[in-house]
Design a protein around this ligand. Structure first.
Ligand SMILES: [Zn+2]
Length: 252
């Protein structure tokens, strides 16, 4: 069973009719002529190799069928404990779930998630919180850039479709690699209580596995209980002990 599963999806745009171009244009759902779908999905369990679901079917009648992709993806994450994604709480996960339900499958069950977008946004002051920017900022940027034409080729199922699809899949896989690199970079600052709690100062670091004892960093007292705080001597990760009554805020 994997502890962390990194995942990312690529999607098609909707296709539709609109009367003019410009800003502040109002496009309603009934302007859609062809519903968007998933193009491919990539994921990796812990430090394992990056896997991909690229079983996209383009039917002759123009229907984009992503049923095999979403099924494969759902099966891949079924036993995962924590899903790691960039803005996936808002985008990827509900997107995947909508497609799963649409095709008559069960959605991804309730799981812990670490949304690296939320982490960087809450912890750092940066010019942009997009994955490509964050990755570049931390020196783990990607090597290839996406091209709008890939989406056009796939949507049109033209003579370049296969080549563009292959590039999209490669890009998708690279995004997961980048996501994992970003996660490792920012891991010391991921402070979800359920993620960085250790029972004892001698327990291994939740980030890098380095053996304790860790650096003691004081007590965080609260109203009725409180906890001890530590940092890993190897990777610097912040950790906390369990809530204990003896650490409560003392009032005279
Ligand atoms: Zn560590």
């Amino acid at each position: 069973m994997s502890k962390l599963t990194y995942l990312d999806i690529e999607t098609t745009p909707n296709e539709g009719y609109f009367w003019r171009c410009g800003y502040k244009i109002n496009i309603q759902p009934n302007n859609i002529s062809r519903e968007r779908a998933m193009i491919c999905a990539a994921w990796a369990h812990d430090d394992g190799k990056i896997e991909v679901a690229d079983d996209l079917i383009l039917w002759d009648n123009g229907v984009i069928d992503d049923s095999l992709i979403v099924k494969k993806l759902a099966e891949a994450v079924e036993d995962s404990t924590i899903l790691v994604h960039h803005n996936g709480d808002k985008f990827d996960i509900p997107w995947i779930n909508a497609r799963l339900r649409y095709h008559g499958y069960d959605t991804i069950g309730p799981k812990r998630s670490i949304d690296t977008y939320k982490v960087v946004k809450s912890k750092y002051n940066m010019n942009s919180f997009r994955l490509d920017y964050v990755a570049k900022y931390f020196g783990v940027g990607r090597k290839i850039k996406s091209d709008y034409q890939w989406w056009v080729d796939i949507m049109e199922d033209n003579e370049n479709c296969d080549a563009s699809f292959a590039k999209m899949v490669k890009y998708n896989k690279m995004d997961v690699e980048v996501l994992r690199d970003v996660f490792k970079k920012i891991e010391p600052d991921i402070t979800y209580n359920w993620y960085n709690i250790i029972e004892d100062i001698n327990d291994p670091c939740v980030g890098c596995g380095h053996e304790g004892p860790h650096q003691h960093r004081g007590v965080v007292p609260n109203q009725t209980t409180g906890y001890e705080r530590y940092t890993c001597k190897s990777c610097g990760k912040w950790m906390r002990g369990p809530n204990k009554k003896e650490h409560r805020r003392r009032v005279l």
